[in-house]
Design a protein around this ligand. Structure first.
Ligand SMILES: [Fe+2]
Ligand SMILES: [Fe+2]
Length: 273
């Protein structure tokens, strides 16, 4: 069996520090073959820097994917090409060719692919259909697509177009976990994994600031909330032929203990060390 853990959008310092605290703890108790995360909001809510990439990889993450905020921090231009970070193939920017990260462990090769939806998204230069037709040609045993998009319908359209070509299609970007993790014709799927970020908040942003902007029309900065972070992630177990057997979504609130939340679940208990 091969197990893959995927954490949704890591938001700001609070999101990073929860990952830093909880992921090593989880890895002490359970064995996962690959640990992935979307980190497009990890640098103060927008973008990522080379330093944060190093910091996140040191927690036990094997690879990171990004989204519409990929290029929000100028330091990202210094990111070493060898770092396992996937940029959306169809988002205009200097690293569009770094859209797929492949990692091999114990003779299993996993590809993490990043692509963006086209509905309500800016700066894309091609459709995800064109992008995924090329990306899914990658030579890998397990192909995970991080589909970064706004609408639930577009995410389901991807599933019904590319279920044959992907081992898993995991939605990111909305920051709110959906309750529809399932396997469709050999492809593990969830509309949105949800975020690893401050809660309560408005998608990770300070509630008061967002309200002042929307209700009182004040000009605010969408500051990242100072609340402690929740974690949202999925676990996918594959059989030895690399077909997904289970997908399960988890949500851990700020006051909850991650080990207590996951311990009641048979799927994760199979991976106990
Ligand atoms: Fe995000
Ligand atoms: Fe996003």
């Amino acid at each position: 069996m091969i197990s893959v853990l995927f954490f949704g959008d890591i938001v700001g310092a609070k999101g990073r520090s929860r990952i830093k605290g909880d992921l090593p703890l989880l890895l002490e108790h359970y064995h996962f073959d690959f640990v992935l995360a979307n980190a497009e909001n990890s640098a103060h809510g927008k973008g990522i820097t080379p330093k944060i990439v190093d910091e996140l990889l040191a927690t036990g993450l094997d690879a990171l994917s990004l989204g519409n905020h990929s290029y929000s921090k100028s330091e990202v231009m210094w990111l070493d090409a060898k770092q396992p970070v996937a940029f959306p193939k169809n988002l205009i920017g200097q690293f569009q060719d770094r859209h797929t990260v492949t990692i091999t462990k114990n003779n299993v090769t996993l590809a993490l692919m990043s692509v963006m939806g086209n509905v309500f998204m800016e700066n894309t230069d091609s459709t995800w259909v064109e992008s995924l037709q090329k990306m899914t040609q990658v030579n890998a045993d397990i192909k995970i697509c991080d589909f970064h998009a706004e609408t639930t319908s577009e995410k389901y359209i991807v599933l019904h177009t590319f279920h044959d070509a992907c081992s898993a299609i995991l939605g990111t970007h909305t920051h709110v976990q959906t309750n529809d993790a399932h396997i469709y014709q050999g492809c593990a799927y969830i509309t949105d994994v949800g975020m690893c970020g401050p809660f309560p908040s408005i998608l990770g942003r300070d509630v008061d600031e967002v309200l002042r902007r929307y209700i009182k029309k004040e000009k605010t900065h969408y500051t990242v909330s100072e609340e402690e972070a929740m974690l949202n992630f999925v676990l996918i177990n594959f059989d030895d032929q690399f077909h997904p057997m289970h997908i399960k979504s988890y949500s851990v609130l700020p006051h909850e203990n991650i080990l207590e939340v996951v311990s009641g679940c048979d799927i994760i208990n199979m991976l106990r060390r």
